[in-house]
Design a protein around this ligand. Structure first.
Ligand SMILES: [Mn+2]
Length: 285
């Protein structure tokens, strides 16, 4: 896979069949992202942002007509496909987690030709089939609805206490629960590093509820025993290589934020990823 020269930052405020406050989250991040680019442009002194300033393509999907919802999945897939056809790095910011399904669809379509891996940071394993869950497509079961064969997924940070290991293993290559990470994160860091080193393309899927609510209050249903942002950065670094083809963020519900601490965390991570991707000194083989 070629090293990509550009980043395509696509904001897709989809929030149907899941948490509706998250639409505003994707819109707010789109605003903050544009503000960051504008601030960088105004700055006359050299800053590290020059590494990526000319390399970012921004696009926001308004999703404001019934028609845009009728074709949301195909439209999102086409947009993602175009990014990867250009060998761009994909930054995909969705409303709820279901809005990341089109990226999984596209990764599934690549499985025949290359070895793809998803590193999913999420409090939930989105394969729920329990009595109180709908069998229809939803944010809680969307991995069961991927178009084609499910790509190999490693989950880090889930807080699952109900689903059996046998059932989980049908969908996940490997999982590391929040409790396991609390005891010792090193085995998980090593496993992530090895799995990502073996893959030809790695996609990072960050659901904001993976964070511990103490650090990141802005989610609809906070779940305890989550990751600190510091530990999440360690996992990003364990996964990182020029073969990371993109990163998704979802489930940010700004109405529940506290002094914008969650917003700042996400913007910090987004800028960190841009530098990670485009600062030449940090991407030597
Ligand atoms: Mn989740």
């Amino acid at each position: 896979m070629k090293t990509s020269a550009q980043t395509s930052a696509l904001f897709f405020p989809f929030d149907l069949f899941g948490h509706s406050g998250t639409r505003r989250g994707a819109e707010l991040l789109a605003d903050a992202f544009q503000e960051m680019l504008a601030d960088n442009k105004r700055e006359k002194l050299p800053t590290r942002s020059r590494a990526y300033a000319a390399k970012v393509r921004f696009e926001e999907f308004p999703l404001d007509t019934p028609d845009s919802y009728r074709t949301w999945r195909a439209d999102a897939r086409a947009a993602i496909r175009a990014v990867w056809d250009r060998d761009d790095f994909l930054l995909w910011v969705s409303g709820n987690h279901l809005g990341v399904l089109p990226a999984y669809d596209e990764l599934a379509s690549e499985l025949a030709s290359r070895n793809v891996l998803v590193l999913q940071l999420d409090a939930h394993l989105d394969i729920y089939n329990l009595a109180d869950c709908t069998a229809e497509l939803s944010h809680g079961n969307f991995l069961m609805h991927v178009d084609g064969r499910l790509p190999p997924i490693v989950n880090v940070g889930h807080r699952e206490l109900l689903l059996t290991p046998q059932y989980i293993a049908k969908y996940y290559r490997q999982t590391f629960s929040g409790a396991e990470l609390a005891l010792d994160p090193e085995p998980a860091l090593l496993a992530v590093q090895e799995a990502c080193a073996d893959a030809e393309a790695v996609f990072l899927d960050i659901d904001c509820d993976v964070f511990d609510p103490a650090y990141f209050p802005a989610v609809v249903h906070p779940v305890p025993m989550g990751l600190s942002p510091q530990l999440l950065v360690r996992f990003l670094e364990a996964a990182w290589s020029p073969r990371v083809v993109g990163c998704a963020f979802s489930e940010f519900d700004p109405a529940r934020d506290r002094n914008d601490v969650s917003l700042s965390t996400l913007m910090w991570l987004i800028e960190y990823l841009l530098l990670r991707r485009h600062e030449r000194s940090r991407n030597r083989p």
